[in-house]
Design a protein around this ligand. Sequence first.
Ligand code: TYD
Ligand code: MG
Length: 460
Amino acid sequence: MSIRTGNNKVQYVCRECGCISLKWLGRCPDCGTWNQMIEEVKSLEIGRKSSQTRLPVEAPMPLAGVSVQPARRYPTGLGEMDRVMGGGVVPGSLILVGGDPGIGKSTLLLQTAFRLAQRGLRVLYVSGEESASQIKLRADRLGGSPPELFLLCESRIEEIQEASRKLQPLVIIIDSIQTMMHPGVSSVPGSVSQVRESGGALLSLAKSAEGPSIFLVGHVTKEGLLAGPRVLEHIVDTVLYFEGDGQHGFRILRAVKNRFGSTNEVGIFEMGVEGLTEIHDPSCLFIQERQKDGGGSAIAVSLEGSRPLLIEIQSLVSRSYFGVPQRRVSGLDYNRTCLMLAVLERRAGLILGTQDVFLSIAGGLAVSEPAVDLAAAVAVASSLKDETIDHETVVFGELGLGGEIRAVNQPERRIREAARMGFKRVVLPQHNLNQLKPQPGDLALTGVNTIREALAALLS
Ligand code: TYD
Ligand code: MG
């Protein structure tokens, strides 16, 4: 039931999508999720004011008459970050950086701030989570405190707006949006309405004349969604996800939305004692620890954005002692793997029904590309037969339900990467091979049409 008391109104907001209802509902009418409607008290006075002050009202104008400013960008100096953002920070843009707690978002943004400030660009780092001395300690570990890097430990939006007016920074970093408080909303920081109003206020700050570019840090829920601020994904220009596996040092920065560039690019970092280091040659890193004479291992070439990446797929097949054999997968899609095992059984005659199968990508990487299907399949076959795949061979191709090997995109890029890393042979879809121009160098290319042909080419 909704209650109105004076200037306050009770409403119910969906934590998933931000849908507002005057009554409590078990199921959100917008996104259909259950038990996500939470009660919030909204102040009518200021709520009205804040929604009015969002963006300046403009009259419609012919598209032809719109003057275009040359696209300016400020490279951050952190190459992997620039790659993901499409070359650097666009002035006046709003960028959301999401990721699990503890994955390294504060470290990444502090390092970005540090690099920008080192190049003489003024940056304001606002933290609602850590004290100034904590940040100073971390900054010292990461490189130091350049004079153009300013710090503000604050969570009130109006104070941040005021500081921005005085300081005129080029970039503001808000760590995190879930700790920010808008004066017009009485609910606790991190709630949907706080996040939405604070995000809206920061949007109008970024879009004002000569406004700063603003990075917003957003924590992600257990389900892998940006907690609360899903509503923010629509208003920001760029959404970046910082991902990684807590057990390994690798971190991947991925653009899931970018109004100013491609969303295909990924940036790869490694977390160490001195913060994040950029990995310019990831292929080298992911295959460096492999055992060259072990069965159950195959090297695949995956494309992450425009960047080819050599990865090692490891498999262990062992006799099952339970009625239902186990299938454990890490870094690959589970359903796709089950499908691949069924294809191996039916189309290549491997008996897997009595075997437990474990599959993983070395280094804690996750890959969703179908081009790694073939490598996963031959890794399983190699482990089952206890035969080693030649360690100078790379495999790629998509596996169809009929056991056919389907062509993948950009085969030249993948082959070039294999050659660069010193591999001698590539097993690839015949269809890809037919369309390739003659390759220079001494790389042997073997085209295969079916999974049977692939196994015959790789195993005895
Ligand atoms: P942090 O940036 O605070 O994560 P987030 O802001 O996403 O919550 O990083 C936290 C983790 O990073 C912490 O577990 C320690 C680790 N870390 C290092 O290993 N080396 C470093 O130099 C820094 C600064 C952090
Ligand atoms: Mg943090």
